[in-house]
Design a protein. Sequence first.
Length: 271
Amino acid sequence: MPSCDTIAAAWLAQTELAADRTAVALLSRAIDPPELEPEREPLPITAAAEPGTAAAILELLEHGAVPTLAAVRTHIARKELRVESERVGRLGELAQCGIDDFGRILARLTHDHWIRHGAGPTRRDVLDAPAVHTAVREYVGDVAPTAVRHLWLLERAQRAGWIAYNTSPRSLCAGRRFHAAKYGQRVSLQPVETIGTLVARFVDDYRTRYERSPRWNTLAHDLRDNRGRRVFFDTADAHVQRLWLVTAGWLSTPNDLPAPGPLAQKLLAPR
């Protein structure tokens, strides 16, 4: 009966690792584990007959690893996960094309949850919602429910200004664009980062000048963007939008009045 080294060399002879003594030794060790490793399951000679398994064995050998049966199985599983993740990542680019529709849905679900429960939903709450899965099928195609999170819908919707959240549990809330949408051209259409900066700077300047925070009606009435448009439609709108502004770190509310939040303090400090 041929030795394990002979068997390993014969199998590798048809590959790019032909005549590679190190690879032969590693493969031989997998086929016939050393006596010091009795718990290791031998690699069957027939394993190389399956293309996926054969490829995994070669990839392990190229990295200087012993292609044990357990290592081969783990390598194949990780590769399958990586391929699926990359596939869903590409689908995420399709999701970006419909991010405003996704954003509206996510913001509405989140806003309604706050109204009912006084706290934000979990990521799973919103990503598992039927309306989200319907939109995924429309814009992306068939995606397994467990893979929807890999589309990064919440992250994309946050960047687009539809929702806001931070590291605190259940902080997810509706964002600037959701609240401003009802007023159309009557309020500023500047990007969310610009709005946050405008609000924080107005509050900071007011506190510097008067040594106290502005009232919400002052913020709503006096704050304008660079085109002269109101940032908030009225005082009630400013009160509603304080949630996302605080969540995103643009504001804090000591004594229930607006003050620069932690993000604003970092951005305004160099001035």
